[in-house]
Design a protein around this ligand. Sequence first.
Ligand code: SF4
Length: 84
Amino acid sequence: MCILSLMPHVIVSPCIGVKDQACTEVCPVECIYDGGDQFLIHPDECIDCGACVPACPVSAIFPEEDVPGGEESFIEKNRVHFGL
Ligand code: SF4
């Protein structure tokens, strides 16, 4: 059994300074938190439903495996914020 901590969805740079909150309104498990300059998704709480992706007006949310090139540092930013 895999015990690695997975991070299904990640919020990247377009959220910075925008923080529209549309994602927080559609997330069924309320796992999107205010991370200061942007919103961040709790890796252990996200159920990978994908509802937040089309809700984001600046297309800032991606499954971890689809995070655009140059935005990879946000994967670690999410982990560190939640102490993972
Ligand atoms: Fe919430 Fe679903 Fe987005 Fe995960 S993928 S942050 S559970 S809306």
